[in-house]
Design a protein around this ligand. Structure first.
Ligand code: AMP
Ligand code: MG
Length: 356
């Protein structure tokens, strides 16, 4: 990808974004340009969702396969009824309870949504982000904004503007920098076109929270998979692609915490002897148990939101420090743990060791 554009980087206040800067960015969106902006989950690579040319350019810049659908971001509840048809009542309940917030609902797409935006599907994923910069940008643009995560396809998602600059400086028009994102993993993608509703991707809103509202709900097996799922069994074609991967090789060790520590120490030893630069992604509770390798804590096991927030940043840090092999501790698949393990397993290309 050529990097010959003059990218404008605006620092914006995350709570009260400067109106002038938002207006400049919104004008870029209206003219079919690309604006990276913060949400509460990760940074997004935004374009006018209804402008085919703009969406096409965004896919090219990101290197995103054309059959991987993009989430459409809105700032007004009513926009759902422009973008989708046959909206079930339960969608309204979910919108009231979780929007703005990290929940994407998949509905039958209306005719105004270009099929390039939906990756060729007849469904559309919609969400209202909980971030004043994102909401101000969408409102000022006066159009829904299609935005995948603002990373080159396949790489770890961006949780700071610095990550976006690394991947896209010179190839997009504007980057709105409002500091690190709060949640750190992407939104939960919930398909409401099936009965019962299915979680296609676990994320910021947990299975447990959705179950409370919906009662009947299933997690698509690709979302929980510990190995690659055959392509004909994935729900959206986008689920088949490699995701979130650092440059380093990544191995995830799952199981009881004391056994994880033992296994990782064994692996550090083996790989260090082979001359490889090894990194360990540990947690606050376990970080003192490793004596070799480059050891980083990703957050606390007693508050998984801290791990979600730091996960992608730590993966990128290991790459920046030239680590060749990352050994990552698994966490229980409860609450945000389901999203964390989904990202880690995919990032590893399903190199998962289970110790028991
Ligand atoms: P990203 O924006 O990079 O976080 O990726 C968007 C995610 O939302 C991908 O996992 C897509 O497969 C999913 N998604 C978006 N729209 C749809 C849809 N219409 N049907 C199924 N999945 C969708
Ligand atoms: Mg992504």
């Amino acid at each position: 990808m050529k990097r010959d554009l003059k990218t404008i980087v605006f620092k914006v206040n995350p709570e009260n974004p400067d109106e002038e800067k938002i207006n400049v960015a919104a004008e870029v969106i209206r003219r079919g340009g690309i604006v990276a902006f913060p949400t509460e989950t990760v940074y997004g690579l935004g374009v006018d969702a209804l402008n085919k040319e703009a969406v096409k350019r965004m896919y090219e810049v990101k290197g995103r396969p054309p059959d991987n659908p993009t989430i459409v971001h809105i700032a007004e509840f009513n926009d759902v009824y422009r973008l989708a048809v046959d909206v079930p009542e339960v969608a309204e309940e979910l919108m009231k309870r979780f929007w703005p917030g990290p929940l994407t609902i998949v509905l039958k797409a209306s005719n105004i949504v270009p099929r390039i935006t939906t990756g060729g599907l007849e469904t559309v994923g919609i969400r209202m982000p909980k971030h004043n910069v994102a909401l101000a940008l969408i409102k000022a643009s006066k159009t829904p904004i299609a935005a995948p995560s603002a990373n080159i396809a396949g790489k770890p998602s961006p949780t700071t503007a610095q990550h976006v600059i690394q991947d896209f400086y010179g190839s997009i028009d504007v980057i709105l920098d409002a500091g690190p994102t709060k949640i750190g993993v992407e939104s939960t993608v919930l398909d409401l076109t099936t009965k019962p509703p299915q979680i296609l991707r676990p994320g910021g809103v947990t299975y447990e929270e959705l179950k409370e509202v919906l009662g009947d709900i299933i997690v698509h097996k690709a979302a929980k998979a510990k190995e690659d799922i055959p392509i004909d069994e994935v729900k959206s074609p986008g689920m088949k692609y490699r995701h979130y991967a650092p440059k380093a090789e990544l191995i995830v060790v799952e199981g009881e915490t004391d056994k994880i520590i033992k296994e990782i120490n064994k692996l550090i030893n083996e790989y260090s002897k082979m001359g490889r630069r090894v990194g360990v992604m540990a947690t606050d509770e376990t970080v003192k148990n490793y004596e070799m390798g480059i050891v980083k804590s990703v957050g606390s096991r007693s508050d998984l939101s801290t791990i979600a927030r730091n996960l992608f940043r730590i993966l990128r840090e290991f790459d920046d420090e030239g680590v060749e092999l990352i050994l990552a501790e698994g966490v229980p698949e409860e609450g945000l743990g389901l999203a964390i393990m989904n990202r880690l397993r995919k990032a590893s290309g399903y190199k998962v060791i289970h110790v028991s």
